[in-house]
Design a protein around this ligand. Structure first.
Ligand code: PCD
Length: 788
C-alpha cells in the first residue's frame, strides 16, 4: 500500500488532503478559535440528580458576582417561550429545566460573564433546592406498571413508553420458524456508548443589535437544518440567521442535534446584546450530549440442520433516555434497524422495537452508523455465530452458504430494502485469502492441542449498510426532505468554486469533492475550492451523517459538473463554429469529432463564456450551474471482516492480533481517504467491543464522565490493519460511489466479539455482552467445567 506519493490526480485517485495544510500546522479554525470584540462567556449549571423535582432556584448571589452579566434559568426561558425545544424525533426537550430534572448532568441554569472562569465560578453561587425522586435507570424497569413516570410534562402521560414499531412479516416468519430444524436464540445488549469526538460541542452566538441578524458559529454537522430549527423556534426569518460551522474536530453523529447550550448562547446574546461563547468540557460532552445504541435485543434465527438460514425474528427494547432526541428520518423510529436481515438470503423476517424513556441523557444518535444499522449488523452477525456454535459448523462456511449471490441484485430484502448491488462471496473469499483462514484454523487447533499460551480466536463479520438518505419522498427530518444542493461556478480563468450543503468533520471533503469536479471537467483539484459550513454561502441541504455526503452531495456534485460540461459544449461549439452534435468530450476538453486537433480546453471555454463571444439564442453566458440531488435509492456498501485475537484465560486480557478488512464502497474517489476512514472505524469498533460503555449506578449516577473511565482506543490496542477491496459500483449513483465513512464502525464490533467468543469456545461460552473487558471475559468463562 502506497500512502506517501503526492501528485494531484486529474480526478479520482490517491491524493493528500488539501485541508491538511492547515490541520497539521495547527491552523484549523474551530468554534473555540472564534473571538469577537466584547464577547462574553457562558457556562451551564447541571443537575447532580438523575431525577428530582426543582423546588427553587436562587440566582441572587451569582447575579451579584462583579463579572456576571446575566443568569438565565428555566423560568427566564419560560417567559420567552423557549424553555422547551423540539427534538429531531417530534418530542420536546427542556432547554433549561423548569419542573424536574430528568438525568444527571441536565441543564438547569446558564451564567454569562466577562470571562470563562468567572462564569464557571458563578455556577457555584446558584442555589438550587431539589426534591429527589426515584430514578428509572433500567430500560426493563421503565415499562413496569409501578415505575416512576419520567415525562410528567406530557399531558396525560402515565408511563414511560415512547413507541412500538414493527417491520417484516410476523405470520410468515412464525411459519418458517415452525418448520425449521434448528432455532437458536440469544439475548444481547448493544451497550450505551458515546461518539466522543476530539472537539467537544460549543457555539458563539451574536445577535447584531443594529442589523437584527443572528450569527451562530457552532459545531454542527447540519448547518442548514440547524438554521431552519432556530428559525422555527425563535420565530426569526431564515435570512436573519446565519449558521457557520467552521472546522469541526470530529462529529461521529455527536454534532447532528441541537443542544441546550447552543440555545442558551443565543439567548445570552439576546439578553446582553453581546456575542456569547459557550464551549462544553469533556465531562459535559460525555454526560449530556447524544449517546448511541442502548439496544436490548432478543434475537432468534431459524435454519435447517445443514445450515440453510430460513428466518430471523427480533424483539428490541430501545432505551432513549429522558427525551426522545434520536436523530433519524421521521418515518423510522428505530432508524434503519430493519436491515437486520443482513447479507443473507432468507425467507422471512420480523422485528418489533419498543422505545422507552429512562433517567439518562437523551439522544440515540447514529454514532458512525446510518441510523441503527450498527445494532442490526451486530445482532445478525452474532446470531449467525450462535447458530454456527449450535450446529457445530464453521462460521465462514455457514456465511458462504447463505450470502446473497451476485445474480440476486438488485435484491429486495424481506423487510423492504432494495440492495442496489453487490458481490458478497467475492469479498468474503478475499478476506479469507488475506487472512489465510485455513492456516489460522490449523494454528488454532495446534495451540488447543498443546494447551500452550493464550487462547486463539478467529471472528468473522459480514455486513451490508444502507447509506445516503433520502430519497426525499420516503425520508425527512422534521418535515425537511433528505435531498441536498450543489452549486458550481467556473471563473473566467477556469478555476472553480463548488458550494455544498454537507459539512466535513475531518473526512476530507475539500479534497474529494474537488476530485469529483476534476473527474467530470478535467480541472485540477488544486484549482477547485470547496465551500461548505456557512448557510449564507451554500445551497440548502440536510448535511453530513449516515455517510450520506458521497451518496447525496457527491451525486449533486457530479450532476452539477455535468451541467457545466454541457454548457461548455455549447460555448465550445460557438467558438469552433460547429454544431454541438459534432463535438466529443475528453477529460478537460471538447473537440471536433474526427479532427482531434481542433478543440477547446475547459479553461479556454471558461474565458470565452465570460467574453463578448456571440452565443446561440437562449444560451446565457458564464459557466455556472446548480443542482438539487434527490437520490433514487440508498447505496449499499458492504464488507467482510476477519479478526484474530489472543485471549489470556487467567486475566481475561484480549489482544487483537490481526484484523483483515475487505470493503466495497463502489468507485473510490480517493482510495487514501477511504483507507483512512476504514482505519478510524476499525479502531472505534475495537473500542466498543472491548472497552467502552456508558455505565450508570442504580441512582442514575453517570460512571463514565471522563476519559479515565470511558476508554478511547489508541494505537496500543490496534494491530496493523490489513485491508483489501472489491469495487461493485452503485448502479444508480452518478459516479458509482457508495458511502464508506461508517462501514468499519458498523462491521468491526461483531468481528472482534465473535473472535473473543471463538477463543472462549473450549470453555463452553456461547455469548457474552460487550464490552469484553478483562473482567467480562474472565466472568464469562467462570462456569466452565474447565475451571474446576
Ligand atoms: N469517499 C471516497 N470514495 C467513496 C466514498 C467516500 O473517496 N466511494 C470519501 C468521501 O469523499 C469522504 C469520505 O470518504 O471524504 C467519507 O465519505 P462518506 O462515506 O460519504 O461519509 P460523509 O458523509 O462524508 O461523512 C460522514 C461520516 C460519518 S456519518 C461519520 S459518523 C464519521 C465518518 O464520516 N465521522 C467522521 N468519518 C469521519 N472521519 C473523520 N475524520 N471525522 C469524523 O467525525 Mo455519523 O451519522 O455522523 O454518526
Amino acid at each position: 500500500m502506497t500512502t506517501t506519493e503526492n501528485h494531484t490526480p486529474m480526478g479520482f485517485g490517491r491524493m493528500h488532503r488539501k485541508e491538511d495544510a492547515r490541520f497539521i500546522r495547527g491552523h484549523g479554525q474551530y468554534v473555540d478559535d472564534v473571538n469577537l470584540p466584547g464577547m462574553l462567556h457562558g457556562a451551564v449549571l447541571r443537575s447532580p440528580h438523575a431525577h428530582a423535582r426543582i423546588v427553587s432556584v436562587d440566582t441572587s448571589a451569582a447575579e451579584a458576582h462583579p463579572k456576571v452579566k446575566a443568569v438565565i434559568t428555566g423560568q427566564t426561558l419560560e417567559g420567552l417561550n423557549l424553555a422547551w425545544m423540539p427534538t429531531l424525533s417530534h418530542d420536546v426537550q427542556a432547554v433549561l429545566a423548569t419542573d424536574k430534572v430528568r438525568f444527571q448532568g441536565q441543564e438547569v441554569a446558564f451564567v454569562v460573564a466577562d470571562d470563562h472562569y468567572a462564569a464557571r465560578d458563578a455556577l457555584e453561587l446558584i442555589d438550587v433546592e431539589y426534591e429527589p425522586l426515584p430514578p428509572v435507570v433500567d430500560a426493563r424497569r421503565a415499562l413496569e406498571p409501578d415505575a416512576p413516570v419520567i415525562r410528567t410534562d406530557i399531558d396525560g402521560k402515565r408511563d414511560n413508553h415512547i413507541f412500538d414499531w414493527e417491520a417484516g412479516d410476523a405470520a410468515r416468519t412464525d411459519e418458517v420458524f415452525a418448520r425449521a430444524d434448528v432455532v437458536s436464540a440469544q439475548d444481547m445488549l448493544y451497550p450505551r456508548v458515546h461518539p466522543a469526538p476530539m472537539e467537544t460541542c460549543g457555539a458563539v452566538a451574536h445577535l447584531d443589535p443594529i442589523t437584527g441578524k443572528l450569527t451562530v458559529w457552532t459545531t454542527t454537522q447540519a448547518p442548514h437544518a440547524h438554521r431552519t430549527l432556530y428559525a422555527l423556534v425563535a420565530g426569526l426569518p431564515e435570512h436573519k440567521i446565519r449558521v457557520i460551522s467552521p472546522d469541526i474536530g470530529g462529529g461521529f453523529g455527536n454534532k447532528v442535534g441541537i443542544y441546550p447550550g447552543y440555545v442558551c448562547a443565543v439567548v445570552g446574546s439576546i439578553v446582553t446584546g453581546k456575542p456569547v461563547k459557550w464551549v462544553e468540557d469533556r465531562s459535559e460532552n460525555l454526560m449530556s450530549t447524544s449517546f448511541a445504541r442502548d439496544y436490548h435485543m432478543h434475537g432468534e434465527i431459524a435454519a435447517t440442520s445443514d445450515g440453510k438460514i430460513l428466518g430471523v425474528r427480533v424483539k428490541v427494547l430501545a432505551d432513549h433516555g429522558a427525551f426522545n432526541g434520536t436523530a433519524q428520518p421521521t418515518k423510522f423510529p428505530a432508524g434503519f434497524f430493519s436491515v437486520f436481515t443482513g447479507s443473507y438470503d432468507i425467507e422471512a423476517a420480523h422485528c418489533a422495537v419498543t422505545g422507552v424513556y429512562t433517567n439518562k441523557a437523551p439522544g440515540g444518535v447514529a454514532y458512525a452508523c446510518s441510523f441503527r444499522i450498527t445494532e442490526a449488523v451486530y445482532l445478525v452477525e452474532r446470531l449467525v455465530d450462535v447458530l454456527a456454535y449450535d450446529l457445530g459448523m464453521d462460521p465462514a462456511e455457514l456465511r458462504m452458504r447463505n450470502l446473497l449471490r451476485p445474480e440476486q441484485f438488485p435484491y429486495v430484502s424481506k423487510t423492504g430494502w432494495e440492495y442496489d448491488s453487490g458481490d458478497y462471496p467475492r469479498a468474503l473469499s478475499q478476506a479469507m485469502d488475506i487472512a489465510g483462514y485455513a492456516e489460522l484454523r490449523e494454528e488454532q487447533k495446534r495451540r488447543a492441542a498443546t494447551g500452550d499460551g493464550p487462547l486463539m480466536g478467529i471472528g468473522i463479520s459480514f455486513f451490508t449498510e444502507a447509506v445516503g438518505a433520502g430519497p426525499r419522498k420516503h425520508m425527512d427530518i422534521l418535515g425537511l426532505g433528505m435531498a441536498d444542493g450543489a452549486e458550481l461556478r467556473v471563473h473566467p480563468t477556469g478555476k472553480a468554486v463548488l458550494r455544498l450543503s454537507c459539512q466535513s468533520q475531518g473526512q476530507g471533503h475539500e479534497t474529494t469533492f474537488a476530485q469529483i469536479v476534476a473527474e467530470e471537467l478535467g480541472i485540477s483539484p488544486d484549482d477547485i475550492e470547496v465551500v461548505h459550513g456557512d448557510t449564507d454561502q451554500t445551497p440548502f441541504g440536510l448535511g453530513t451523517y449516515g455517510s450520506r455526503s458521497t451518496p447525496v452531495s457527491g451525486g449533486a456534485t457530479a450532476v452539477v459538473a455535468r451541467r457545466v460540461r454541457e454548457r461548455a459544449k455549447i460555448v465550445a461549439s460557438a467558438m469552433l463554429e460547429v454544431s454541438p452534435d459534432d463535438l466529443e468530450w475528453e477529460k478537460g476538453r471538447w473537440f471536433v469529432q474526427g479532427d482531434p486537433d481542433s478543440g477547446k480546453t475547459i479553461q479556454e471555454i471558461a474565458l470565452a463564456a465570460h467574453s463578448d463571444l456571440e452565443l446561440p439564442d437562449g444560451v446565457e453566458g458564464h459557466l455556472d450551474a446548480t443542482c438539487v440531488y434527490n437520490p433514487p435509492n440508498l447505496t449499499y456498501p458492504f464488507g467482510a471482516y476477519i479478526c484474530v485475537v489472543d485471549v489470556d484465560p487467567e486475566t481475561g486480557q484480549v489482544k487483537v492480533r490481526r484484523f483483515v478488512a475487505v470493503d466495497d464502497c463502489g468507485v473510490r474517489i480517493n482510495p487514501m481517504i477511504v483507507e483512512g476512514q476504514v482505519h478510524g472505524g476499525l479502531a472505534e469498533g475495537i473500542g466498543m467491543a472491548l472497552m467502552q460503555v456508558m455505565a450508570f449506578d442504580e441512582d442514575g449516577n453517570h460512571l463514565g464522565g471522563s476519559f479515565m473511565d470511558y476508554l478511547i482506543p489508541t494505537a496500543v490496542e490496534c494491530p496493523s490493519w490489513e485491508l483489501g477491496e472489491t469495487v461493485t459500483p452503485s448502479p444508480h449513483h452518478p459516479i458509482g460511489a457508495k458511502g464508506i465513512g461508517e462501514s468499519a464502525t458498523v462491521g468491526s464490533p461483531a468481528a472482534v466479539v465473535n473472535a473473543v467468543l471463538d477463543a472462549l469456545k473450549p470453555y463452553g461460552v456461547r455469548h457474552a455482552d460487550m464490552p469484553l473487558t478483562p473482567a467480562a471475559v474472565w466472568r464469562a468463562s467462570q462456569n466452565s467445567p474447565l475451571r474446576t
